[in-house]
Design a protein around this ligand. Structure first.
Ligand code: FES
Ligand SMILES: [Fe+2]
Length: 373
C-alpha cells in the first residue's frame, strides 16, 4: 500500500466512510446543546447529514433529510423550533415520522404511501456524561465493545464537570483527518512546533533523552518490523496525563475544578477526537471530521469546569479559544505540508520510531479492519 492511497486515495476514503464512520460510535456534540425539549443540533458526520433532537421522550438522532424532496430539514447547526422542513412545510413528530402535510390534498398520496415513505432514518444515540455519541449503523455494536469500561467511566466523570457555557468554532482543514489524529498523539512535536505557545506548560519529563547521539545507538526496543498482531479496538482509545506548570488561575475561585492537580489530562477518542483538560480548570474537544481524502472539518469546543455562580466567562472563553487557535495554526503548517508531499513520495513509507507506536498501531488497525489489507 502506498502512503498516497491511505491519506489521499478515494478508494480508501470510501472504505473509511462505510467501514469506520458508518459503523462505529462517533463523538457528536455536548449534551448542553440539547438541554431543552426542541433543542436540535445538526452537523455532518463524514458527509452524512445528521440531527440530534431533544424530545419529550428523550434524545433522538435521525438523518437530516426530508422525506419529500430531500431538502435538509435543519439547516442551522443549533436551533429550537418545530420539527418542520421549511421547504414545503412538512411536519414530523418526535419519532421523526411524518405527521402533517400542509395542503395535503394537492399531492394525491394514499395512506399506504405516507406510511411507507414518511419515516426518517433513525440512528442510535448515547450520552456518556456530557458527551453525546452517535452510531450510523443499523446494528450498532455495544459502546463497551469500542471503549474500555474504565475509559467510558473517565469520559463520563470528567465531562460531568463541563459548564454549559461553551465557545466553539469550525473550519475546513486542507489535509486528511488521520494526519490530525496522529498529530495529537505525537507528544514529541510539542517542543519543536510550539516552543513558546504550548511547550512552556510542559514540565520536563525526566525520562527525556537529550543526546544527539542517542538515535544512532542500537536500541533494545526495535522500531522495525513490529508485528502488532491482533489489535483490540478498545486499545485505540486511551488516556494520559502529564504535569503542567500553571500559574494560579484567576477564574478557579469561580468554578468547581475537576480534580485538584496541575495536570494535563488527555483522552484520545478513536477514531477522530482529542479531548483534554488543562489543570481540570477548562476542557477542550477537537474533532477532525472527514469531508474528502484531503479535506477535513476541524471542530473545536472549549468550556470551563462548572461555574459556582453566574459569572460572565465569555471574555475568558474567547481568550482561551484564540490562544488555542494560535497553537493549532502552528500545527496546520506541518499537516498541510505532509498532505502536499504525499504525492511526491508516494512509495516511501514513514520513517518512524518506537515512540510513534500509537500512530502506527492506529494505521495498522485501520489497514486490517477497514481497508481489509
Ligand atoms: S423537501 Fe421538505 S417539505 Fe418538501
Ligand atoms: Fe501540536
Amino acid at each position: 500500500m502506498q502512503m498516497s492511497e491511505i491519506y489521499a486515495g478515494t478508494e480508501f476514503f470510501d472504505k473509511e466512510k462505510s467501514g469506520l464512520y458508518e459503523k462505529y460510535w462517533i463523538y457528536y456534540c455536548q449534551r448542553s446543546y440539547l438541554s431543552k425539549v426542541g433543542d436540535t443540533f445538526s452537523r455532518n458526520v463524514c458527509g452524512n447529514p445528521v440531527s440530534v433532537r431533544q424530545t419529550e421522550k428523550g434524545l433522538i438522532a435521525f438523518q437530516n433529510i426530508c422525506a419529500h424532496r430531500k431538502a435538509t430539514i435543519f439547516l442551522e447547526e443549533h436551533s429550537n423550533r418545530p420539527f418542520v422542513c421549511k421547504y414545503h412545510g412538512w411536519v414530523y413528530d418526535s419519532d421523526a415520522t411524518l405527521n402533517k402535510i400542509p395542503n395535503s390534498q394537492i399531492y394525491g398520496f394514499t395512506n399506504e404511501k405516507v406510511d411507507a415513505c414518511g419515516k426518517l432514518r433513525r440512528y442510535s444515540v448515547i450520552a456518556l456524561g456530557e458527551l453525546i455519541f452517535i452510531n450510523l449503523s443499523e446494528n450498532p455494536i455495544p459502546i463497551e465493545e469500542q471503549f474500555h469500561q474504565q475509559f467510558i467511566d473517565e469520559l463520563t466523570e470528567s465531562s460531568n464537570h463541563f459548564d454549559d457555557c461553551v465557545i466553539s468554532t469550525a473550519w475546513d482543514a486542507h489535509y486528511n483527518w488521520k494526519l490530525n489524529f496522529e498529530n495529537v498523539m505525537d507528544w514529541n512535536h510539542v517542543r519543536f512546533v510550539h516552543p513558546s505557545s504550548f511547550a512552556p506548560l510542559q514540565v520536563k519529563n525526566p525520562n527525556d533523552i537529550d543526546s544527539s547521539e542517542a538515535w544512532k545507538k542500537d536500541s533494545s526496543e526495535k522500531s522495525e518490523n513490529v508485528d502488532f498482531g491482533e489489535i483490540n479496538i478498545r486499545d485505540l482509545s486511551y488516556s494520559s496525563q502529564s504535569d503542567v506548570s500553571l500559574p494560579e488561575r484567576w477564574f478557579r475561585k469561580h468554578i468547581n475544578r475537576f480534580k485538584d492537580q496541575n495536570k494535563y489530562y488527555n483522552w484520545f477518542i478513536f477514531p477522530n477526537v482529542n479531548y483534554c483538560s488543562i489543570g481540570g480548570d477548562h476542557f477542550l474537544i477537537q474533532q477532525f471530521d472527514p469531508i474528502s481524502p484531503s479535506l477535513s472539518n476541524y471542530r473545536l469546543e472549549i468550556m470551563t469546569a462548572k461555574r459556582k455562580e453566574a459569572v460572565n466567562f465569555y471574555p475568558l472563553l474567547k481568550a482561551l479559544i484564540e490562544g488555542e487557535k494560535r497553537v493549532i495554526n502552528e500545527d496546520i503548517v506541518y499537516l498541510e505540508s505532509q498532505q502536499a508531499n504525499l504525492s511526491k513520495t508516494s512509495t516511501t513509507p514513514y520513517f518512524q520510531g518506537v515512540n510513534e507506536m500509537p500512530l502506527r498501531r492506529f494505521i495498522a488497525w485501520i489497514t486490517k479492519n477497514v481497508y481489509q489489507k
